[in-house]
Design a protein around this ligand. Structure first.
Ligand code: SF4
Ligand code: SF4
Length: 423
């Protein structure tokens, strides 16, 4: 990585501690990613993005700020990036996916908080991630209790705006979410000094839809018998989608898909024939959490679909384009976002239907239902999900894990046995 120390210093980062992270990340990346055989050439772009993870994109964001743009950081796929880009600002994902940041979060949060929240709070308060330093404002949401309370702690350190997400899906809840989207628009306008109108919002709806279309195209390749790209690689792309420039990301992902088109024509697979096709369902896998994909794909399985926020929940539905009034566009945004089936809703039966549909579409041999430790929502919903899958005759394994490697061997044994049983 090029020398970004001056930039990090200007961001008020703790350079000594950050150096430790810079030492471990390349080693993990080499072990998990660069050791793979026969990767598509188009992965070179994403490898570069990771090799410069705390350099290139942060430098771009700082440059944009110098040119008067504001940067908004968010932690959930319910926050509509469209509204932020429509105000000529930049949206970036901030979810922490490394154990490195967890102890920092534990200084202020109960230990029995999910690692994603602890890592996100730790990355900000310990000053060891440039993205968390750069964002001018954080946008939180009321999805789960851990996050709701974490925002109260974070707001002492950074400007924070919280969107109130309804927890049911009645007509009045769709209306309430549309009102929240309008309120976000007002806040973003006030903070940036830029007006959002129907023309700008239409352009940003298309911008984010284009990103979703590229991810859908990528995902469709995994439905083939010959799987032209590993699950690990697709996970990495999904994780980068949250913070890369959307136009460039879409372009690079479509270029990779052109290469995958050729691979499909030539019948190239990165897995041996007969490799078991696995769907991971559950809590999100924020960068650099590659643990489960790595375990599955080194124990005889191939991850071909993620029913996760770092997966289908992020890109499956598009916002309806072509509405020409601001009110109509907000309605279309509310419709699209409220159709995400997160465990924070009750009831959430549509999520079970989604998983069963994905099992068919991706010709899945077995489902692994993943829960990040201390996530009560997905843990509790796991009972209903796993029961429904068993009743439908779909093999399922429920697991709970965190960001440490303490359980890696045990998971390897359990996942290995599950995949063998599928045979
Ligand atoms: S799991 Fe739910 S709360 Fe978490 S990022 Fe996804 S939609 Fe948001
Ligand atoms: S994984 Fe669960 S507990 Fe953690 S942030 Fe998401 S919804 Fe909240």
């Amino acid at each position: 990585m090029a020398d970004y120390r001056e930039m990090w210093k200007d961001l008020g980062m703790d350079l000594e501690t950050h150096d430790l992270l810079c030492e471990v990340l390349p080693v993990a990346f080499t072990d998990v990613y660069l050791s793979q055989k026969n990767r598509p050439e188009g992965m070179g772009y994403y490898d570069f993005v990771v090799s410069e993870i705390h350099g290139v994109r942060p430098a771009e964001l700082i440059e944009a700020q110098k040119n008067g743009k504001k940067v908004f950081g968010s932690f959930c796929i319910f926050v509509p990036d469209e509204v932020i880009f429509a105000a000529d600002a930049i949206a970036t994902g901030l979810c922490g996916g490394s154990q490195f940041w967890v102890p920092g979060g534990e200084k202020v949060l109960p230990t029995n908080t999910c690692p994603l929240i602890k890592a996100s709070v730790g990355a900000r308060l310990d000053r060891t991630c440039p993205f968390f330093r750069i964002a001018d404002m954080y946008i939180g949401e009321t999805t789960c209790d851990g996050k709701k309370k974490a925002w109260e702690i974070l707001k002492e350190d950074v400007p924070m705006y919280v969107m109130d997400l309804p927890q049911m899906k009645r007509r009045k809840d769709y209306k309430a979410w549309a009102e929240e989207i309008t309120a976000l628009k007002d806040k973003v306008e006030e903070f940036t000094g830029n007006k959002v109108d129907a023309e700008k919002l239409a352009a940003s709806i298309k911008l984010i839809n284009d990103k979703r279309r590229a991810l859908q195209r990528l995902s469709n390749f995994r439905k083939n018998k010959n799987i032209p790209i590993s699950g690990k690689d697709v996970l990495l792309i999904s994780q980068i989608a949250f913070y890369d420039d959307p136009t460039r990301f879409t372009q690079m992902t479509n270029a990779l898909c052109d290469e995958l088109d050729k691979r499909v024509e030539e019948g190239i697979s990165v897995f041996p024939k007969g490799t078991k096709r696995i769907l991971l369902a559950g809590t999100p896998l924020a960068i650099p959490n590659w643990k489960l994909h790595n375990i599955v794909e080194t124990t005889g399985g191939a991850v071909v679909c993620e029913e996760m926020c770092t997966g289908t929940r992020y890109f499956e539905n598009l916002v309806e384009e072509g509405r020409d009034t601001f009110e109509g566009q907000v309605e279309a945004l509310a419709e699209r976002y409220m159709n995400i089936n997160c465990a924070c809703f009750t009831p959430n039966e549509a999520r079970i239907d989604d998983i069963k549909r994905l099992v068919k579409e991706y010709d899945i041999d077995g489902v692994i239902d993943v829960n990040l430790k201390f996530c009560n929502l997905y843990d509790t919903e796991g009972f209903l999900v796993e029961r429904a899958l068993k009743e439908a005759g779909i093999p399922v394994l429920g697991i709970e894990t965190d960001y440490t490697d303490a359980d890696a061997q045990q998971l390897r044994t359990r996942i290995g046995a599950f995949i063998e049983m599928l045979g």
